[in-house]
Design a binder for this molecule. Structure first.
Ligand SMILES: [Zn+2]
Length: 317
């Protein structure tokens, strides 16, 4: 009998895990795609927009990220008086295999304009975009602002997007990288000394933490880990530290996928019914489902983020 049990144990243990019990859930895969908003963005503290673009393209290639999404404000092409350089940079992103989509013409805040004006602004951007290679029918709300408590306005814009065949290109992960870029720019302008290694560590740590925060909240909300979309911007931070961030995400178990792959997840067709002012799809879905506990990664609070920046990057008390 004992021999039989031992033999049975051996047989069970020798079986590949997947065939022992088909009801065992699949290994938890953490999938993430990269997106960069506000293209073309004004120069930051360290690099010219040209250098920034070259570094981004080189890093994505070196780290074998085949397709990231760049969300454009074509109205800024003329605004910044750098039409030629910025347009070329956008072409270079596409030539490197990345895709471009709509972030409105001039980055209006839906809290401050009518639905009709907002949709015309989207149309102006789309007119420019449809002629470009690498274009995708995706729209990313500036400030992630979907109308706040004004449900009529929210629904009018949502219906307008649908009528135009534009996907609401939600983000599920946000670490407020734009604020870190602003803090660095302010510090440099004020003549303060920046600890670049500490800045890199803060940027990387913040985004990996934010990714894990969102993934845990999504699992609690949906019962599964969706294909995530992280919000980054066309910043010096990204140009300098994206390689480190990609390495850190991978060491933390994340798999980088294409933007096309991420938006194929059905969660991006959802439209959470919440007074949704400035957040991620993760927050919206958790809110709608009444999930308790924090629904918002705390470093998106600029007071918290700025205190960390001062302490760790500027070594101020
Ligand atoms: Zn933006």
């Amino acid at each position: 009998m004992l021999l039989f049990i031992v033999a049975l144990m051996f047989v069970v243990r020798a079986e590949p895990i997947a065939t022992v019990d088909a009801t065992v859930p699949q290994e938890h895969r953490k999938l993430i795609a990269l997106s960069f908003d506000d293209v073309p963005r004004l120069r930051g503290a360290f690099l010219t927009p040209q250098e920034r673009g070259e570094r981004l393209i080189a890093t994505l290639k070196e780290k074998q990220v085949d397709q990231a999404a760049f969300f454009l404000n074509p109205g800024q092409l003329t605004e910044y008086g750098d039409t030629k350089g910025a347009t070329q940079r956008i072409r270079d992103y596409v030539a490197a295999g990345h895709v471009i989509a709509n972030h409105s013409f001039t980055h209006p805040n839906l809290g401050k304009v009518s639905a009709a004006d907002y949709l015309s602004n989207i149309d102006a951007a789309e007119q420019w975009l449809v002629k470009q290679p690498g274009h995708r029918p995706w729209f990313r709300y500036p400030f992630l602002h979907e109308g706040g408590k004004d449900m009529a306005k929210r629904d009018a814009v949502r219906a307008g997007l649908k009528a135009r065949g534009l996907l609401n290109a939600y983000v599920t992960i946000d670490g407020s990288d734009w604020n870190m870029e602003d803090q660095a720019l302010k510090a440099v302008k004020a003549g303060k000394k920046i600890d670049m290694a500490a800045l890199r560590d803060l940027y990387v740590e913040t985004h990996v933490q934010s990714a894990d925060f969102s993934d845990a909240l999504m699992v609690r909300t949906l019962g599964r880990s969706p294909a995530h979309m992280i919000l980054l911007h066309e910043t010096d931070m990204a140009a300098l530290f994206l390689g480190d961030l990609i390495d850190a995400l991978r060491s933390d178990g994340w798999e980088i996928i294409s933007a096309d792959g991420a938006f194929a997840d059905p969660i991006y067709k959802l439209a959470p019914n919440t007074p949704f002012a400035a957040g991620t799809l993760t927050e919206g879905l958790a809110w709608e489902k009444g999930i308790t506990g924090p629904r918002w990664y705390d470093r998106n609070d600029t007071d918290i983020a700025n205190r960390l920046f001062a302490e760790r990057v500027l070594h101020e008390k």
